[in-house]
Write a protein of this length. Sequence first.
Length: 185
Amino acid sequence: MRIFYTCSYYGKNRYQKYYDLVLRAIQQICVEVISPELGNYLSLLSKQEIAQLGDQNKVHREAIRRGIEWADAVIIEISHEDFQLGHEATIAVQSKKHVLCVSVHENIDNKINLRYFHGTMYNEQNIEGIVAKFVETAQKSLLSERFNLFLSPSQVRYLRESSRKYGLNQSEYLRKLIDQDKIGA
């Protein structure tokens, strides 16, 4: 399992001990981690790409985008509110990556109702369990099985129309139906 982890640069003075706490919890699960906190996120860009981007801010933003693209799931420490972190969470959710946003102040899970978004408040005693449960959830959702089927022309039309109605592709629509059926919705 590959995790991209990030947090607010502007919150480092106040929240660094929490940033480190979350990072240690992620690393204890034996997943592969790329993060600006570790400095290894720049390894996703070649020297040529770094030279072409030139500006350090552009390099940073592109490396973060690539990290999100590379990852199976994303964990963001959001105790210091930061517009950039919200943008990064949006990129990950739109890419259908599970995103866990953790804060020492607030549980934002009840504010954002999206399939791939998870948020919670944490402390030193429960962060390891929170991260472990999130990774388990994200691993279960990784699309690793391919399934082919035959449909009648009328079923294909219905699938096409219904998926458009919900703004999903046909595979996403079928997965949504299965997920709803599993939880009895």
